[in-house]
Structures are given as C-alpha cells and as structure tokens.
Design a protein around this ligand. Structure first.
Ligand code: UDP
Length: 424
C-alpha cells in the first residue's frame, strides 16, 4: 500500500518568510529557478511523515511546502509495505552503515517482492522528477517504469558500507539519473561522478522546534517533566538506535558525574515510527542501564507526555547546558544542527556528517570515546565563557551552511538539470 501525505497535514511555508536568513545571491538564484520550474510536477517518496520519525520526515515537512511555494506541483507519498519489510530495510540500512552481517537470500527475496507490489501502486502516477529517499523505496524505479527520471537521496552514513550490500544494490542504483550524498566521502569508489551529487541536509529555522524559546520557559517545561531546574542538564535527542550510542552516552554521563555530581541526563527519542522496529529494544536496554539513577530521564512514548514533539525537542535543546550526539555512525545529524542553531556547545561523535558540522574546539567538540566525551562535558560545564563562545560560533556556521533555503536551492538546481537533460 501507499499513502499520500495530504497538503492539510503539511504546514504551509512561504519562501519570503526566510528572506532575512538568505544572502541576496541565494534569494535571486531561488527566484530564477522558480521561474524555470514553474508548474513542474515532483513526487517525493519515503516511509514516514511522522515528526520524530527521523531526519527525512523532518526535512520533507519543510522542503515540500517550500517547493510548492516556488511554484512547483509537489506530492509526498509514503510507502506502507507488508509485514517484515521494515525489518529487512533496517538491516539494509545497518549494513550500508557498515554492519558485517550479510543479508540473507530470504531477506533479499522479501525486499524485491514487496517493492514490486508497492511499485504497482505507483503505476498510475506520473511526475517530471521523482525523488526517492533512502533504501526502503529504492527499488521502485526498477519495478515501475513510470518512476523516471528518478533521483535517489541517501541520508545514511556511507563511509564504510558492507560491500556485499552495495553489490546487491548496484544494478538498482544504476537506474537512477542522479544520487545525492551528504558528503564527498560517501560517494562509493567507481561510481560515475556525473551521477553523484553532494549536498547536505538543513534545518528549518521557522519550525516550532527551532524557533527561539526562552531558557526559563524551556527549563520550566523540563521541570514539569520531573527534572530539577537547579541542577545541570546534559541531553541527547535521537531515535533509540544503536548507532546513536545511547548506552555510551550514559557511561560518559556517569564518568562526568564523578566530577560534577549535580548532573542530570535526558535522552529523548519519541517513537511511533513503524519503520524502526529496533527502537523499543534499545529503549528497554537504556532503561535497564539507567536504573538506580534518578537523574536520568528517558522519553520514548509521545502518548505519555503532556507536550508535543516539537515543543519538547525545543525545550530540551534550549534548556540543556550541553548537548551530546555521540553517534557511532551518522549520515548528517540534524539534531546537531538544531542544537548548534540554539547556540549550544555540542559534543558529537567524530563520525560521518557530524564532522561536516563541528570543527573540533572551534564550534563544538568531536570525540572518539566515552572518556573523551565525559572530559568535554566537564570542561564545558565548568567554563561558561567557553560554552558561550562555542555556541556563538556554532550558530554562525549553521546560518552560513545548513538552513532550509540553501537546501531548497540545491534541490531546485538538481531538478532543473535532470529535466533539461531529459529533453536533450
Ligand atoms: N527527532 C524528533 N523527536 C525525537 C527524536 C528526534 O523530532 O524524539 C527529530 C530530531 O529533532 C531531528 C530528526 O528527528 O530533526 C533526526 O534527524 P537526524 O538527522 O539527527 O537523525 P536520523 O534520525 O535521521 O538518523
């Protein structure tokens, strides 16, 4: 089954509201591309529109209405595959991020068979360009010939993919006109440089999650959730996923707490996403691991909270004294961008897309171990001046590189190229 994300489920956005975030050249470039692409139809396909379902949904909630405001006709479709499909695609995701375990023949068979069924549901649709996000809908252009020209957007950390999975996917990747990667390092060796496109994701400064919130208001929300506003707070906002290393975060927190007893830890990974079957398991481990320390707060079930997702995330990112993103693999890491935008000193794992965002010691810290992470937590908490300098530079670098208008321009440019290449 497939399902359209109706326009009524997407908040309308106007490009002109973002004008003050843009340099004049960027503004003019978007205007020119908009004229060129007026009326063109674009279809985005992914797995979820649920906020908290990860970075792709987050991005599409801004990108789709901004593209519409640019004058394109844009539709957003989600796939709703049968049982076990997401178990398999999670394994594909994990192996592309470097897991050594190989896909079994049965898994490949299910992936192919389900994709074929899903493709049938798309047969009646047509577009000037299709944008397929991540491995779950990756096989659709193979099974539905109307899904062309197609661009694949891979959001995952492809620094060291499992070669067998790459080989398996290769013929399907060849069917795409272009593939977008977040870093040059992710473009796999031998891949046609004409097809590869590199640009990073971005955050929307005008969502409820990223709009300015007073620190006192944020602390009040955290207090209502049981935290002590008098104590220091470190936090990680992330789906409960092994690559996000929540257990490593807890260990780093325990180490830091030896020096700063006055410390609380918040882990937020609100989960509804059906495409992430492992989250519950990881959350249960976190709870077990955190047992016995009343200063650790883990939020998993959005139905148990009195705040909506965006308010909660904004409050945690604004109200915390340090933000951690101790990922072991990270395609890009929007949570890093979001916290940097809020002038936070962020401690990130020295991996993937986090390295694109944090320059170690300049606008945050990159760490390779729990010990180093703990050391940096203590350093930042003890030196308020340092924290505010890192935070100031962090916000400046997000303003320069990682805001939604730049991402809109990159997509429009690529779509224009894809459409004109087709005419030749
Ligand atoms: N997120 C959220 N609620 C949560 C956890 C995460 O809204 O409880 C959002 C987070 O703010 C960010 C996105 O989900 O916008 C996660 O994107 P990121 O690139 O950091 O990681 P991904 O989940 O895509 O691997």
């Amino acid at each position: 089954m497939i399902e359209k994300v109706e326009d009524s489920q997407i908040t309308e956005r106007k490009i002109k509201s973002y004008k003050h975030f843009m340099k004049p050249e960027l503004w003019s470039e978007i205007q020119m591309l908009a004229v060129k692409l007026k009326g063109k139809k674009i279809i985005h396909v992914n797995t979820t529109s649920h906020r908290g379902g990860g970075g792709v949904a987050e991005i599409l909630h801004s990108l789709v209405p901004l593209m519409q405001d640019a004058g394109l006709e844009v539709e957003w479709w989600k796939i709703r595959p049968g049982h076990d499909f997401f178990e398999v695609t999670k394994n594909i995701h994990n192996t592309l991020q470097g897991d050594k375990v190989d896909l079994t023949p049965a898994e490949k068979k299910l992936y192919l068979a389900e994709s074929k069924k899903l493709a049938r549901d798309f047969e009646a649709l047509s577009a000037d360009t299709w944008i397929i996000h991540d491995p779950q809908p990756l096989l659709l252009p193979h099974f539905a010939k109307n899904i062309q020209p197609a661009i694949l957007r891979l959001h995952i950390d492809l620094s060291k993919p499992n070669q067998k999975t790459w080989k398996f996917l290769q013929p399907f990747l060849d069917e795409y006109k272009r593939i977008i990667f977040s870093r040059h390092e992710y473009v796999f060796p031998g891949f046609s440089s004409k097809k590869a496109e590199v640009f990073s994701p971005a955050i929307d400064p005008l969502t409820a999650k990223n709009e300015p919130m007073k620190k006192e208001a944020a602390r009040m929300i955290l207090e209502n959730l049981g935290m002590n506003p008098e104590k220091l707070i470190v936090a990680q906002v992330s789906r409960f996923d092994v690559w996000k290393d929540p257990l490593g975060v807890i260990r780093a927190y325990y180490l830091a707490k030896k020096e700063i007893p006055n410390l609380q830890l918040v882990l937020v990974g609100l989960t509804l996403a059906a495409d992430d079957p492992e989250a519950r398991e990881v959350y249960e481990k976190v709870k077990k691991y955190a047992r016995g320390d009343a200063d650790i707060f883990a939020f998993y079930n959005p139905r148990e909270l009195q705040y909506d997702n965006n308010t909660l995330i904004n409050a945690v990112q604004t109200g915390s004294d340090v933000i951690i993103q101790k990922s072991l693999k990270e395609g890009f890491g929007l949570t890093v961008t979001e916290a940097m935008w809020k002038k936070k000193a962020v401690i990130g794992g020295n991996v993937g897309g986090i390295k694109l965002q944090i320059r170690n010691g300049f606008n945050g810290y990159l760490v390779d171990s729990e010990e180093e992470c703990a050391e940096r937590i203590v350093k930042i908490l003890k030196d308020k001046k340092l924290a505010s300098l890192l935070g100031k530079r962090a916000k400046e670098s997000v303003q320069e590189h990682f805001l939604a208008p730049r991402l809109l321009r990159d997509y429009l440019k690529l779509i224009a190229e894809t459409i004109s290449a087709r005419k030749v």
